[in-house]
Write a protein that binds this ligand. Structure first.
Ligand code: SAH
Ligand code: SF4
Length: 369
């Protein structure tokens, strides 16, 4: 069993605090250090008394992961973590900067920071184009392992950027479940971690700033409706017909495309939320004009936005990225049917493409061994 921190569970927290003779205001001090001051280690929490730090060491330890590597580029910070039972997972912070033409004095202004997080070690869905899929499935991440990725990222952002002119700290404002794993196959832990991301005394993120990305796990989407989990939903569609989707995403056999589209309709009726469809552009496989027409038919009249993702090439897999002109023609065809479309821009490509590359490193190491 991975360690469970009572800090993320109000009921347990109150019970433990009582057992430890810890008054309520002291737990608030811990929250303040963790979520507002973005500290995660006891030594850094200078506003806490010695006694309270001792409590933290014994039972209130907030962190369930060990950081093993941080890789920085201009636009991203990639985190590699080790779980208590020795597995590797990853998260990637993406820095969205103001476009060059809008900058004053040539200074690049940081608009917002998004964190791409993992929900499982590996993934059981086995999509053909995905490195995580190739790793297979090891286990679900616990709620605390999911939350720890965000806590670590906030601490790193504080170290990297320091305080803003107004004295406040920058932090993660958007979280996307687009790292390793299928979040709707780890439903309960995903749900509980979303509650903590939204909670005012914790991360206090806006609903529209959290995205669940799924390969189309129908029972999971139905649960989102019943539980009224009203965050952004992205569907990894990648093919507009059952035959091709089955070939690329074997999970389609279990959850057929027609059923998936009906379930999405129910979700849209219940929430009135626009759905973001992710569609991977693989040369000669998903990018033909015929498939663009089929996709336009499938999404005609729906509350939808399509995100065309240039396939991120990887030596472990056999596909090629579509030509830019092919992607543009595909986009034009959808737009003719009044569907809004974006092609993922290069920054997003590098960083989001990187989400999954840790898996590749692991495959390489196993092969070498
Ligand atoms: N399992 C969930 C969430 C994680 S995957 C899902 O599939 O939605 C996040 C996104 O990256 C998915 O849309 C996935 O299809 C895409 N992806 C996976 N491998 C990719 C690759 N090689 N190139 C580009 N996108 C990829
Ligand atoms: Fe799993 Fe998503 Fe990768 Fe498919 S694309 S194998 S569902 S992580």
């Amino acid at each position: 069993m991975p360690p469970i921190s009572p800090l993320f569970d109000q009921e347990k927290l109150e019970k433990r605090a009582k057992n430890h003779n810890l008054p309520a205001f002291k737990t608030k001090q811990i929250f303040f250090e963790l979520f507002k001051n973005q500290n995660i280690h006891r030594e850094e929490m200078t506003t806490l008394s010695k006694e309270l730090k001792a409590e933290l060491q014994s039972e209130f330890s907030p962190i369930s992961l060990e950081i093993i590597e941080t890789v920085e580029t201009h636009d991203t910070t990639k985190f590699a973590f080790k779980t208590h039972d020795g597995h590797l997972i990853e998260a990637i912070a993406m820095f969205h900067r103001q476009p060059e033409q809008h900058r004053k004095n040539n200074q690049s202004k940081l608009n917002r920071i998004t964190l791409c997080i993992s929900s499982q070690v590996g993934c059981p869905a086995g999509c053909l184009f995905c490195v995580t899929g190739k790793l297979g499935f090891t286990r679900n991440l616990s709620r605390d392992e999911i939350i720890s990725q965000v806590l670590y990222a906030n601490r790193r952002i504080k170290q990297k950027f320091g305080k803003k002119a107004d004295g406040t700290l920058r932090g993660i404002r958007n979280v996307v479940f687009m790292g390793m794993g299928e979040p709707l196959l780890n439903y309960e832990n995903m749900k509980q971690s979303i509650e903590i991301l939204l909670a005012q005394e914790r991360f206090s993120l806006g609903r529209r700033h959290i995205t669940i990305s799924t390969s189309g796990i129908i029972p999971g989407i139905k649960k989102l409706i019943t539980d009224k989990i009203d965050v952004k939903l992205a569907i990894s569609l990648h093919a507009p017909n059952q035959k091709l989707r089955e070939q690329l995403m074997p999970i389609t056999r279990q959850y057929p495309l027609s059923e998936l589209m009906k379930t999405i309709d129910l979700y849209v009726q219940a929430t009135n939320n626009r759905i973001f469809y992710e569609y991977i552009m693989i040369r000669g496989i998903t990018d033909t004009p015929e498939l663009a027409s089929q996709l336009a038919n499938l999404l005609q009249g729906k509350l939808a936005h399509v995100n065309l993702i240039p396939y991120n090439t990887n030596p472990a897999l056999d596909f090629l990225e579509s030509e830019p002109a092919t992607m543009q023609a595909f986009k034009n065809k959808l737009e003719k049917s009044w569907i809004t479309v974006t092609i993922r821009e290069s920054m997003g490509r590098e960083s989001k493409g990187a989400c999954g590359q840790l898996g590749w490193e692991k495959i390489k190491k196993t092969a070498q061994a």
